[in-house]
Write a protein of this length. Structure first.
Length: 74
């Protein structure tokens, strides 16, 4: 009977596990610029807007990859 005395105490509840999510900034939709105008200058402006949008989306993907690799702090 003395050997079973340690089992008489109730067990401690297990805390719920945390679900870790990536930073909120990566969940914003990427902007899709629209061509405004009909001149070559408008096309150049559109190209610059597309490059900017592509860089922002690539940054979001890089942030997701860094989070997945565990390189971002919680």
């Amino acid at each position: 009977m003395l050997c079973l005395s340690s089992c008489s105490q109730p067990t401690q509840p297990v805390p719920p596990s945390l679900i870790l999510l990536p930073p909120e900034t990566v969940f914003t939709p990427c902007e899709r610029p629209q061509l405004q105008g009909k001149t070559w200058g408008d096309a150049v402006s559109y190209t610059l807007a597309l490059q900017n949008a592509l860089q922002l989306c690539a940054g979001q993907v890089a942030t997701l990859n860094a989070w997945r690799a565990g390189l971002l702090p919680l």
